[in-house]
Design a binder for this molecule. Structure first.
Ligand code: UDP
Length: 412
């Protein structure tokens, strides 16, 4: 029935959309099946009720050192020059617990953070000591820093662990930094620099008209058909490609790039793969109701202005139930006086309940072994290709997924 397609792709996010376009340009006729009612996966953005461009599935900041990926994506969007900066927001020890007394310093924790935390003079002395030990502009992971035998550096490592990592990581993963995959905390090292940007990649920016526009252009090709609201499982059954074929070694009938969770593909045969999900709490603030509950000080300079907070993203590393607050206007540069929308992120275990979305694979030896069992099943099917964060059970950034999708398209 669907013989006129050379290839099916399940999922219209980064993995699916990039692969679809790359294959379409090689003359392959591609059918993209997307379960949701929109393209773009978790990078999807849209206007909210107040006209603010929001990221419905949490903030996405594009950054890469891969020129090939950057150039390729640049065919579908222009970029807003944007350098991401994040601060940790913690109770000010001098405030005696008073609600408005908060301290903010750059994350990744850097030489400037040191001075905010310990005072200019002491901060500089400690900074010099770290630079002497590791080198200027070096990135040192928190787990590495905690191994340092020098008692002063060890005490400093404990400070950073306590003030930046342990509670945030408990909220995000339900586990301590030393119990999760070390590559995860290594994403946010201690940085022996004055560079207070979150990423140091050569190419960094936001799609000028948003991610959704970029994906619309990417998928707009005569060889691509996109079907929204279409689950690949249902589709296989509906189109008389017996769903039970997925349980056998038989080919699927048509090559398939699958970008969803692999356990679902095999009907959870070996049990669920663990993921973390997020609950997003969006709040829109008008200038009249700026009581700025999360402003660092009661007389916050932006109070009554156009913005809710001082930075695009503020991490709550010591308190609160949410991990971070992101303010979209600071990210997108949208000019919208007197109104702003923010999002608070609450992480918890993914259960597979209706409407829940798996965002992060919980990478550890046990879960990797479970994934490997599913992968072995998938490998038996010669025309099934797994691609992306969910299908590969990896913590990919957007650029890494795009690179993998281009590679796969090349191989096919
Ligand atoms: N992390 C932390 N405190 C912070 C920022 C990050 O403990 O202020 C740890 C935490 O474990 C987090 C990981 O570093 O899950 C990776 O952070 P990143 O910002 O890369 O996470 P993402 O933006 O992908 O959710």
């Amino acid at each position: 029935m669907e013989k006129h397609y050379d290839l099916w792709i399940a999922g219209a996010g980064y993995a699916g959309a990039v692969a679809a376009r790359a294959l379409a340009e090689k003359g392959r006729r591609v059918l993209v099946l997307e379960r949701r009612d929109h393209i773009g996966g978790n990078a999807y953005d849209c206007l909210d009720g107040a006209g603010v461009l929001i990221h419905k599935y949490g903030p996405h900041i594009f950054h890469t050192n891969d020129k090939k990926v950057f150039d390729w994506l640049s065919r579908f969007t222009q970029w807003r020059n944007y350098q991401h900066r994040v601060v940790a927001n913690i109770p000010d020890p001098e405030g005696g617990g008073k609600p408005g007394w908060r301290l903010q310093y750059p994350v990744p924790f850097n030489l400037t953070s040191l001075e905010t935390a310990f005072g200019a003079e002491e901060g500089r002395r400690l900074g010099d000591k770290l630079v002497a030990a590791y080198g200027a502009e070096k990135k040192v992971t928190i787990l590495e820093l905690r191994q340092n035998p020098d008692p002063e550096i060890a005490a400093l490592a404990d400070y950073v662990y306590e003030h930046v990592f342990v509670r945030y990581t408990m909220k995000q993963w339900g586990q301590k930094p030393e119990d999760i995959d070390p590559n995860t905390t290594a994403r946010v090292p201690v940085f022996l620099s004055r560079d207070d940007r979150y990423f140091q990649d050569a190419y960094q920016g936001m799609p000028l008209e948003g991610y959704t526009k970029m994906f619309q252009r990417m998928l707009d090709h005569p060889n691509i058909e996109v079907r929204l609201n279409t689950d690949v499982g249902q589709y296989l059954a509906l189109e008389e490609y017996d769903i039970r074929r997925r349980e056998t070694r038989e080919p699927l009938g048509c090559p398939l790039i699958y970008t969803g969770p692999l356990d679902e593909f095999f009907n959870l045969r070996y049990g669920r793969l663990p993921y973390r999900t997020l609950d997003f709490q969006f709040e829109t603030w008008q200038d009249r109701d700026y009581s700025a509950p999360h402003a660092p000080y009661p007389d916050h300079p932006l109070r009554g202005g156009d913005f809710y907070q001082t930075h695009t993203t503020v991490n709550y590393t010591m308190d609160e139930e949410f991990t971070r607050i992101t303010e979209f206007k600071r990210l997108t540069g949208q000019d919208l006086p007197g109104v702003t929308t923010i999002v608070k992120e609450y992480a918890r275990a993914y259960t597979g309940a209706e409407g829940e979305i798996p965002y992060y694979a919980v990478i550890n030896p046990e879960n990797n072994a479970l994934y490997a069992r599913y992968k072995a099943e998938a490998d038996k099917k010669k025309d099934l290709h797994l691609l992306g964060r969910l299908a590969e059970y990896k913590y990919y950034n957007m650029d890494a997924i795009a690179a993998r999708a281009l590679e796969l398209a090349e191989r096919l």
